[in-house]
Design a protein around this ligand. Structure first.
Ligand code: ATP
Ligand code: MG
Length: 369
């Protein structure tokens, strides 16, 4: 997949204009606060109509303007296609190949991209929920059914927790608990099975990218940490059984705490570099490289599903990386279209092949090296 043309009108601080990127690496270069991330964000909107920075449409519209509009021509599914997003303060209108679409689902099916923004470093730096979200959004993207399973699981979990609180006062409710547990453990086993499969698949791919970025000096691996002893080779029945046993074992503590203390909602994914937990031991550059490798692995998974390479959107990835690592990202990601923002003059000089767009005060122009 590749973007041939992106046109923007009244979008954030960008002066009305367009870019015609190349099919390889496109550097978006400029000083701070000039509009680089705004371009990456505009491209990402075509992936499903949502920003990675805000939920508010109004923020996307240039100050004092009534609407914003983005038009994109891209090559995907072996043909040239168009998409447009008109953004008003309280709604957006999406068109695909000239036909208005009621929801953004149509965009998700046609336009595929992976984005890295510095906030993604929380995947390593913060607690387990960030890592669960990463895996869960990936398995949901893979199968719609997983999103429904997760939704049901979370609803049941809330109800079970409410029941545990009631049990503190009313012992008779114990029998009802087993009904909830039957459903919760079935759904939990299903989610964990899907996660284990995904972790296995993404580990191999991420390790290859990390080896490339670190020039062979580091080995990245992932390990699923289950709160009820789930293991790689377990089938759904075994997972359900283990989850049930843990619930029974924890019951007194759970009634006391008024919450479910083990399950899919308490699991974590350990990210290891050379066998050591990256959250605690990795340097800034190593943490960044690991998240980038995971994002590139996510792109590889998407490629298998969609049958074509997703567009790679890298916002501010180069800082904190040494020359070798920067060089890998700029010159060795073959076969896919990449957009990469940077502030350093040296980065644009490092690019062997590709296009450079200079952004100043919202104006974007292509420059020669
Ligand atoms: P940095 O290198 O610091 O990340 P950047 O070039 O990526 O900078 P952007 O995040 O793209 O900068 O933002 C550029 C400018 O856009 C900011 O100064 C911001 O105030 C401005 N801006 C954001 N939203 C709007 C809007 N709705 N209307 C006009 N300007 C806006
Ligand atoms: Mg920025």
């Amino acid at each position: 997949m590749k973007v041939d043309h992106l046109q923007f009108q009244n979008y954030r601080n960008l002066a009305d204009g367009f870019i015609s990127p190349c099919e390889g690496v496109n550097i978006i270069y400029g000083k701070n606060a000039q509009g680089k991330t705004n371009i990456i964000e505009a491209l990402w909107l075509f992936c499903g109509g949502h920003s990675f920075r805000t939920q508010s449409y109004r923020e996307l519209i240039q100050f004092d303007k009534p609407f914003a509009k983005l038009d994109c021509r891209f090559y995907g599914q072996e043909r040239s296609q168009t998409a447009s997003i008109a953004i008003e303060p309280n709604r957006r209108v999406i068109k695909l190949n000239g036909v208005e679409k009621k929801t953004s689902a149509a965009l998700i099916e046609r336009f595929c991209a992976v984005v890295f923004s510095p906030e993604n470093l929380s995947l390593i730096k913060r607690g387990p929920s960030e890592r669960r979200n990463f895996i869960d959004s990936a398995i949901c993207r893979e199968k719609m059914r997983n999103a429904l399973t997760l939704q049901k699981y979370n609803r049941l979990l809330k109800q079970r927790n409410a029941l545990l609180k009631d049990l503190q006062r009313n012992e008779k409710l114990r029998e009802t608990l087993s009904l909830w547990d039957e459903q919760l453990t079935t759904l939990g086993a299903e989610i964990v099975r899907q996660r284990l499969d995904f972790v296995k698949m993404i580990t191999g791919k991420a390790a290859v990218y990390h080896e490339g970025i670190s020039r062979g000096s580091e080995k990245l691996s992932l390990r699923y940490l289950s709160s009820f002893g789930a293991e790689e080779g377990d089938d759904r029945m075994t997972l359900k059984q283990k989850f049930q046993e843990k619930c029974a074992q924890n019951l007194q503590n759970e009634i006391f705490a008024g919450s479910t203390i083990s399950g899919a909602h308490r699991d974590d994914i350990e990210i290891l570099i050379n066998g050591k937990n990256a959250r605690f031991y990795a340097s800034q550059g190593q943490q960044r490289s690991a998240v980038l490798s995971l994002k590139l692995a996510e792109a590889a998974v998407l490629r298998e599903r969609m049958g074509e390479n997703p567009v790679i959107l890298f916002d501010d990835v180069l800082s904190e990386l040494d020359n070798d690592r920067q060089d890998y990202l700029l010159n060795e990601l073959r076969g896919c279209q990449v957009f990469i923002t940077c502030c350093e003059r040296s980065n644009k000089e490092q690019l062997n092949e590709g296009k450079i767009f200079f952004v100043e005060n919202g104006r974007v122009e292509e420059i020669k090296k």
